[in-house]
Design a protein around this ligand. Structure first.
Ligand code: G3P
Length: 227
């Protein structure tokens, strides 16, 4: 399973990139709003992220409401940089826009997916990535991981050759909040987990690692003292 970072914050992306294991970035309007960015600065900011992450997919979301506007946004956003993936929320208009964009070689990440039928519709329309949310199910006392497993099983049952520019569909486990979500998403066979930096840091650390390191450092100090 690959790791994407779920943020629009350039410093957070730089930090995750420095770890050497980042495979992509996902952004959304809430994450962009958190950076304090303006409407006029949106495309410039997304271009900066795409350049910083050259060669890695960077999802940039359109807030358009009609098929025509989604297609126009998709064409414009995908022209910002070769690694931009256009993010659209699952709905009838977005399915139609995805069909057009996919036929033009534009990669689409279909987001706000909460059910297997939504995911199957997205894959048939030509989505390159599908983002089922975990945490938001947990927020309403439902099992987000169980739902993720169903989406993965249904989508991975089929060959999506000819449906999108890369002939394959990858499932991005989204709305990931904890290391437990990450482990379970991998066990379920998610292709990618998009994870906020705070949760990535929690994934990296373990108290036994810290304890072990303290012990090794103390032992090494003794070795050094003995010369
Ligand atoms: O990429 C969107 C998704 O990850 C949102 O997460 O925590 O707002 O449910 P969250």
């Amino acid at each position: 399973m690959k790791f994407f970072i779920d943020t629009a914050d350039l410093d957070e992306i730089r930090e995750a990139l420095s770890w050497g294991c980042l495979a992509g970035v996902t952004t959304n309007p809430s994450l962009y709003a958190k950076t304090g960015g303006s409407l006029s600065g949106f495309e410039e900011h997304m271009t900066k992220i795409a350049r910083l992450c050259e060669g890695l997919p960077v999802s940039v979301e359109s807030c358009a409401k009609t098929v025509e506007d989604m297609v126009a946004d998709g064409r414009r956003l995908s022209a910002l940089a070769p690694n931009v993936v256009v993010k659209l929320p699952v709905c009838a208009e977005a399915l139609a826009a995805t069909r057009t964009l996919a036929s033009e070689g534009v990669r689409v990440n279909m987001t706000l997916v909460f059910s297997a039928p939504q995911a199957l519709l997205a894959a048939n329309a030509g989505a390159r990535y599908i983002s089922p949310f975990i945490g938001r199910f947990d927020d309403i006392s439902e099992d987000g991981l169980d739902q993720l497993g169903t989406v993965i099983a249904c989508v991975h049952n089929y060959d999506w050759a000819g449906r999108n520019p890369d002939d394959t569909v990858e499932i991005i486990a989204a709305s990931v909040r904890t290391p437990h979500h990450v482990t379970q998403a991998a066990l379920l066979g998610a292709d990618i987990a998009t994870v906020p930096l705070a949760a990535l840091r929690k994934c990296l650390r373990h108290p036994l690692t810290d304890q072990g390191l303290t012990g090794f450092d103390a032992a090494w100090e003794k070795v050094r003292a003995q010369g």
